[in-house]
Write a protein that binds this ligand. Sequence first.
Ligand SMILES: NC(=O)c1ccc[n+]([C@@H]2O[C@H](COP(=O)([O-])OP(=O)(O)OC[C@H]3O[C@@H](n4cnc5c(N)ncnc54)[C@H](OP(=O)(O)O)[C@@H]3O)[C@@H](O)[C@H]2O)c1
Length: 404
Amino acid sequence: MSSDDFGIGLVGAGFISREAHAPSVEYIPDARIAGIQNRTRENASSLAADCNQNGNSEPSIYGDGEIKALATDPDVDAIWVTTPNFTRLNAVKAVIEAVEDGADLQGIAVEKPIGRTVKEGNRLLELVDRVDLPHAYLENWPHEPDVGDMRSLLWEQGRDAGRPYIARSQAEHGGPHSGWFWDGRKQGGGALTDMLCHALANNEILLSDPNGSPPKAVSVTANTGTLKWDRNAYAEELEAAYDINFATDPVDDYASATIQYEDANGRPVISEASGSWCYVGSGVRRTIELLGPEYSGQVLSDETSSSVFFSDDLSNDEGWAEKQNATSGRMPVSAAEVVKGGYVAENRNAIESFRDEQNARLDLDDGCRILRLCMAAYKAAETGQEVDPRATDLTEYVPFPARK
Ligand SMILES: NC(=O)c1ccc[n+]([C@@H]2O[C@H](COP(=O)([O-])OP(=O)(O)OC[C@H]3O[C@@H](n4cnc5c(N)ncnc54)[C@H](OP(=O)(O)O)[C@@H]3O)[C@@H](O)[C@H]2O)c1
């Protein structure tokens, strides 16, 4: 560790900081976690201990209300904002005020989604632009090596046949791990904002010519539903775990959206995105596809041959097949998950860009555009009508699960 190392200041010590950002920085030479600020100081300390043990860094620790102190720490070169969606704007505001008061930062990176509404996203961007600070939107999917390789191979080898015309991204898991995700007002919506903001961003990148400009979104249709978690037994589970009343205040636990784009020649290009919090199985199930006139490609999270999975609740502690002696499935374990998951590439790109005084490959303008697509999708699902994002002012729109 040297004093020339790029020092990251983490705002938030929750799942994404602990499981993705801190371990991924260990793969990046000349970078380290230099400071951690968190509402509960003890959780910042325990993450700092992990960084010390695994990454040989010694982050300074800051508690509740100390974002400005983190931003002015001389070892901190840039801030990564990773706290929940409803805290996003205030966290960024504190960082920007610190810069206005003299903090010497090279950049700010913000986790997906960049806010709960277009209004919040615009406000966040205004704040960052006010001090001309380079920025990054932390969306890992397009940074995944498998996704990047598929995109560049298909665009390069398939170009003579014609550009790709359908991108599909689908992801589901069994539901988030913290109460605030399930609260529409705090999260800004449900599965649509949480899962489809990944899928929509990923599709848009897959459909964008690496040598040209991205296609323009011209129409959005969508569906949302609450399929599982408002059922009595499951709502009670959520109440017991997180003290939220999902039966009376449900949000969508399933969403799908289709975005029609126009390419540079005015031809239609389609993004299909779907996601849910209703999947019973091991981990996250995900399928990504890109289709063109003479080619197709796919990235699957689970490429094993056919299999089934029953939860422990259903199996009643007995196997369902003869001689089966396990009642729950095995989690697939992937070596270097932070590499495969795109977090190392995402963070490396942000650090290198900030060192060059540039925005990252995905920046907060991209984050705002994806948030606008999410809002258009909620509006389309609510009204049952197609939404033209070019002609619809979504600034004041609040998704229906976030209104009460
Ligand atoms: N790119 C991805 O794959 C991915 C995956 C997961 C999450 N994310 C994004 O990352 C963000 C954080 O998600 P997470 O899973 O890390 O959440 P989490 O595990 O619930 O952690 C939340 C963190 O924020 C702090 N916090 C909670 N409420 C707060 C409040 N009112 N004021 C200030 N701090 C507060 C918590 O502090 P305490 O220690 O005091 O509880 C904790 O450190 C979300 O925006 C999510 O969309 C991205």
